[in-house]
Write a protein that binds this ligand. Structure first.
Ligand code: ASP
Ligand code: MG
Length: 470
């Protein structure tokens, strides 16, 4: 089968890690698979590049950064590539790319301005340093490989810092450029995270975007599977730092994965899943530090044999905004006005709840955005406040705890188990929301109660064992 394998920053974080990544590629080749690779920057490099760009734009350019980045990659090359000529070629390429980095930063330090476009040109260099190394490591293990700049194949919109793929053009270029390499048995190594506009201006897909690159290229190549090599065993039933007996889920559906990502499980960004999902391409999350673990498979069906709740997750750093007043009943337009304001403030709503008495609507947004939103709401709803239709617009810091699972739908008794579990831990539930998809029950609790709430639900649904409701 054709596999797109993506290696995250920690999976290419050192010469040793890159050697391991290269072996995983050549192993798959020996098992008869065709492989296209997507690599992240070596861990920490993207942050270094971004910090350097920011500092340079304030006139503080530190010339030792180039040298440090060069040493990091050169040292790795010296361990990974035995052949002298090949090593020299890789080192030269890295040097050339760092030259560009230095020139861009130098420019920033002159103009004292950092545009999103320039930041993309700089922050994406880490992947361009890593890809030649990974390709050389694969070659020195006896498989054909070449590095490919995604700027040549992944065509995006010009939303710098968060560009979106233009699939048709990407597919055309990807099949023309990668197709022949893959067909002759080579494993091309594509830079993750970056792309370019149709005019060739470098863009990035947003932080952590290499997973997205892998899913986009998987879709463009009609791959059979996308494998995301990371540093954890897969998607877990809960955050293991919060729940000691959390375990890896063998199989989840795309919708469960996106619910989980939305509610803070950091394993896969929800956007990442879309291109693969549209093509029904299964995505595996695998641990390059523990490659014999089967990881988590994300597919259309998920695991239909597991009813009820599959995972419990939480988001911190959010605020509950409440608009209340007995005079709100039956007055149309308050909700519309409120959410217009939220949209104008460019604030993202995580959950919404309104009692049918209509005396209160509440919603959850990022805590950082709360003061601005409350202020804007008070001004937009001034008339309703003055008339007493609305008595209060208030915000309070909270956490959202979510129980997630496709087959919560039609499984009776889930809500009872949720409230029973929280009740016996004496955890107060401030607000509740369940979408009609029934894939998710979200509960607003005080931040101090969040960890206990997650543990109580994990326990109540026996997620340490089977995921079957208690
Ligand atoms: N290197 C990029 C970042 O750190 C992209 C990625 O790691 O996926 O955000
Ligand atoms: Mg990363």
């Amino acid at each position: 089968m054709l596999i797109v394998m993506k290696f995250g920053g920690t999976s290419v974080g050192s010469a040793e890690r890159i050697a391991q990544a290269a072996s995983l590629v050549t192993d798959a080749r020996s098992n008869g698979h065709r492989v296209a690779v997507v690599t992240s920057a070596m861990s920490g490099v993207t942050n270094t590049l971004i910090d350097a760009a920011r500092a340079a734009s304030k006139g503080q350019w530190d010339p030792t950064i180039r040298q440090r980045l060069f040493e990091l990659h050169r040292t790795a090359a010296s361990v990974l590539v035995a052949d002298e000529a090949s090593r020299a070629r890789v080192t030269e390429e890295i040097d050339r790319r760092l030259d560009r980095f230095e020139k861009l930063c130098f420019g920033l330090s002159m103009v004292h301005e950092l545009t999103p476009r320039l930041l993309d040109a700089i922050s994406g260099i880490g992947e361009m340093l890593a890809a030649p190394l990974v390709a050389a490591a694969i070659r020195s293990r006896g498989s054909g490989s070449e590095s490919v700049d995604a700027t040549d194949i992944l065509v995006t919109t010009d939303q710098f810092g968060g560009a979106e793929p233009i699939m048709e053009e990407t597919r055309a270029r990807t099949t023309t450029q990668l197709g022949p390499m893959i067909a002759r048995g080579d494993a091309p190594v594509v830079t993750g995270f970056i792309g370019a506009t149709i005019d060739g201006v470098q863009t990035t897909l947003g932080r952590g975007g290499s997973d997205y690159s892998a899913s986009i290229l998987g879709a463009a190549l009609d791959a059979d599977e996308v494998w995301i090599w990371t540093d954890v065993d897969g998607v877990m039933t809960a955050n293991p730092s919060e729940v000691s007996d959390a375990r890896t889920l063998a199989e989840i559906s795309y919708s469960e994965a996106s619910e989980l990502a939305y509610y803070g499980a950091k394993v896969l960004h929800y956007k990442t899943i879309l291109p693969a999902f549209r093509k029904r391409i299964p995505v595996r999350i695998l641990n390059s530090f523990n490659p014999s673990h089967a990881g988590t498979r994300v597919s259309v069906e998920g695991d239909p044999s597991v009813p009820g709740v599959k995972a419990v997750t939480s988001i911190r750093g959010v605020s509950l905004i409440g608009i209340s007043g007995t005079g709100m009943q039956g007055i149309p337009g308050i909700v519309a006005k409120a959410f217009d304001v939220v949209a104008e403030q460019q604030s993202n709503v995580l959950m919404i709840s309104q009692a049918s008495s209509e005396n209160n609507i509440c919603f959850v947004i990022s805590a950082a955005e709360a003061p601005g939103v409350v202020k804007a709401l008070k001004s937009a709803l001034e008339f309703e406040l003055a008339r007493g239709h609305i008595e209060e617009i208030a915000s309070q810091p909270v956490a959202v705890v979510a129980a997630i699972g496709d087959r919560m739908r039609g499984t009776p008794g889930i809500a009872a188990t949720v409230f029973g579990a929280l009740g016996s831990e004496r955890i107060n539930v401030i607000a509740i929301s369940q979408g009609s998809s029934e894939r998710n029950i979200s509960l607003v609790v005080e931040e101090k109660d969040a960890a206990a709430a997650v543990r109580a639900l994990h326990q109540a649904f026996r997620l340490d064992r089977t995921g079957v409701p208690a």
